[in-house]
Design a protein around this ligand. Structure first.
Ligand code: DLZ
Length: 172
């Protein structure tokens, strides 16, 4: 797994914009709850540390990673968030279920980015086993939730940079 060389909670050398003006959705899967709960806590903590207001972080739970796409769409439709952080953990099993879920959620989240012109962040761990997952949910490789939160903030900063440069107006 490539993230074994990178700590997911270390952002030295990168500039993280101020998140105080943005509204965030966080959707996380119940499956592998020990892991996904740690991802969720990491994401919220990182958003707050970078200026997000508690009242501007809307958190929702879905049954499994397969449901992250629709949960994220609900957040975009009904909560008017600027970005959605999608958190899940699909552990490699003995059946092809793993491939179907991973492919579906990756494609689903990709489509939402384009459909809404907003950042929908893929914070889904796809490890071989529980230990690899825990290592990336606040363990020795950091927390994928932290990384997902920083990615959301950076993408919103990028969008805002176009907004301030644009002379043609910016409708969405
Ligand atoms: C069914 C299933 C399996 C086998 N494994 C996982 C998993 O490792 N991680 C996860 O988030 N969800 C899993 N699921 C549940 C599916 O994501 C989904 O909730 C069900 O297939 C119902 O649509």
């Amino acid at each position: 797994m490539s993230s074994s060389n990178k700590n997911l909670s270390t952002f030295e050398g990168t500039k993280i914009p101020d998140a105080s003006s943005y509204k965030f959705g966080v959707v996380y899967a119940e499956w592998n709850h020990e892991v996904t709960n740690a991802l969720k806590e990491g994401a919220i903590k990182t958003l707050l540390e970078n200026g997000a207001k508690k009242e501007n972080i809307i958190v929702k739970e879905v049954p499994g990673s397969f449901e992250l796409t629709l949960g994220a769409q609900y957040l975009a439709e009904y909560s008017n968030v600027d970005a959605v952080i999608c958190l899940g953990c699909v552990i490699q099993g003995e059946t092809r279920h793993f491939d179907f879920i991973c492919d579906a959620v990756a494609q689903g989240i990709t489509n939402l980015n384009i459909k809404y012109n907003k950042p929908f962040i893929f914070g889904v761990l796809t490890p071989d086993n529980q230990q690899q997952a825990l290592d990336r949910a606040g363990g020795k490789h950091g927390n994928k939730g932290d990384e997902a939160a920083v990615t959301a903030i950076k993408m919103l900063g990028l969008k805002t940079s176009f907004k301030s440069e644009s002379k043609l107006g910016f409708s969405k």
